[in-house]
Write a protein that binds this ligand. Structure first.
Ligand SMILES: NC(=O)c1ccc[n+]([C@@H]2O[C@H](COP(=O)([O-])OP(=O)(O)OC[C@H]3O[C@@H](n4cnc5c(N)ncnc54)[C@H](O)[C@@H]3O)[C@@H](O)[C@H]2O)c1
Ligand SMILES: [Zn+2]
Length: 452
């Protein structure tokens, strides 16, 4: 092996860089970086590198791909006079004009959560009828247990029967994170990539699943093990869907919001600290009434923009140092361990609560700041401790993390309110001391049972 490598180093190699220039209706390789003026505007951002050795020739292709997608917060998305759902994803103004002028009816395939359909089905149907759309609505039991490849294939079967135009007729998903994730994956597979639109109907999917590029289904007993990083053409967000979401699921979404607050935004933390209870009581619907003070729209806007700041430069998660992983180091194992008793955001909150103790024990948070964060969590009706979150589970999760994170634990920890850093060398003593204190202080107030 050593010898072969040594010989390899001596192998002569000649590498050439080619640009790609459009000539009439074809592309041609052009050697070197300098190109004639007359080729300006016809040069692709892609490159081909050709390297020739005694062993053979290798062409290395560098082909930058740009993803462009819109996240739009709007009101009255299902109001028949609002054309956002049908046309809001279109960026080309000429195309938009042409569609508006044309007499051809618009065609759309819609997948929705069965429970959402029970509540919003008549409104959705009325919307498409009023806009003269040729449509099919597929209402499915998109639960976490059904988040599987079988469900994705079922959707694909129906999409295929409906015969969509893959370029101009995006698939629309209306539901919580489970529905959006399955439909996103199905769309990414159909004809290699069919555009899709996300309409989140839970708070969690509103501020989290619909903002990014990830799609997926569960596989081999692991969450989201099959999936793709293909963003939607657009996500259309209408907070009014959240008014029918059960209270526990609002708290669930608030956990991911609190994550962004603790990592990046003190103002959002203070908003949740002061108005969290009102947001829960009013299900984010109080902005227009006297005591609402716009807290709901402020909170969702900050949560979305802070999330986009972290996602846009790292859409494929190549950079492993991610603040958005806060609350997601121990929670996956905890969530699986006690399934189905904890919702995702609840497990995330228990993880965050322990990490806040680690921060305080490491001297990164004061005792007062720690108390404020835990009180805020309690105010949002989120569990802050769980008996299944043992020191063994914590250690095992952090070891697994080392394996999958390039040999470093990359632990995001709050350093003050609304700021965070990534740490790699937190000692076992600190983790243990934090754990003991966490149990001493919080196991009393939580009953640790699974019926939150
Ligand atoms: N792709 C991503 O980046 C991303 C990010 C976060 C979470 N997720 C995924 O999202 C899923 C969790 O999402 P979720 O919390 O929205 O769960 P969910 O889709 O299971 O919805 C929660 C519950 O609310 C019901 N529901 C949905 N909308 C409703 C409405 N408007 N009124 C009444 N009931 C309604 C659903 O039927 C369900 O029972 C997980 O599978 C997780 O992996 C994905
Ligand atoms: Zn999460």
């Amino acid at each position: 092996m050593g010898k072969a490598q040594h010989e390899d180093n001596k192998v002569k190699q000649k590498t050439s860089e080619f640009s790609l220039v459009r000539v009439k209706s074809t592309w041609k390789r052009r050697l070197g970086k300098k190109l004639n003026k007359d080729t300006a505007g016809c040069v692709s951002a892609a490159k081909i590198y050709e390297s020739v050795t005694e062993k053979g020739t290798t062409w290395t292709v560098v082909s930058p791909i740009t993803f462009t997608y819109k996240v739009t917060e709007t009101q009255g998305l299902l109001d028949p006079s609002n054309d956002t759902l049908l046309l809001g994803h279109i960026t080309d103004l000429q195309q938009l004009e042409d569609i508006k002028k044309s007499n051809k009816p618009i065609k759309r395939f819609v997948v929705t959560d069965q429970e959402v359909y029970k509540i919003y089905g008549p409104k959705i149907t009325k919307y498409f009828e009023a806009n003269n759309v040729l449509y099919k609505i597929l209402a499915l039991p998109t639960t976490e247990e059904n988040k599987s490849m079988e469900m994705a294939l079922k959707i694909l079967d129906e999409v295929n029967n409906f015969s969509l135009d893959r370029r101009t007729e995006p698939i629309i998903a209306i539901g919580g994170g489970v529905c959006l994730d399955i439909v996103g994956l199905a769309a990414s597979l159909y004809r290699r990539r069919t555009p899709y639109i996300r309409v989140p109907t839970t708070l969690l999917s509103y501020i989290d699943a619909s903002v990014g590029a990830k799609t997926g289904v569960n596989f081999a007993n692991c969450k989201n093990k099959l999936g793709a990083y293909i963003p939607p053409a657009a996500a259309f967000l209408d907070l009014s869907f959240v008014q029918t979401v059960p209270r526990r699921h609002i708290s669930n979404g608030l956990a991911e919001m609190l994550k962004m607050a603790l990592m990046k935004h003190r103002g959002l933390f203070e908003l949740l600290e002061n108005h969290g209870c009102m947001l829960l009581d009013t299900k984010f619907q109080a902005d227009n009434c006297a005591y609402g003070c716009k807290a709901a729209s402020q909170a969702t806007r900050i949560a979305i923009t802070t999330m986009l700041e972290e996602l846009a430069p790292n859409l494929w998660e190549d950079d492993l140092n991610r603040l958005v992983d806060f609350g997601h180091l121990i929670s996956p194992a905890l969530e699986m361990e006690v399934l189905p008793s904890l919702l995702h955001g609840e497990a995330v909150n228990i993880d965050m609560s322990y990490m806040v103790y680690v921060s305080q024990e490491s001297g990164l948070l004061t005792e007062e700041e720690k108390q404020r964060i835990i009180s805020c969590m309690v105010g949002l009706e989120l569990p802050v401790w769980h008996e299944a979150c043992t020191m063994e589970l914590i250690q095992k999760s952090l070891q697994d993390r080392l394996k999958h994170s390039g040999g470093l634990v990359r632990m995001p920890l709050p350093v003050g309110l609304g700021q965070a850093e990534i740490f790699n060398n937190t000692s076992y003593e600190i983790l243990h001391r934090a754990y003991k204190k966490w149990c001493d202080e919080l196991s009393v107030s939580s009953d640790g049972s699974s019926d939150h």
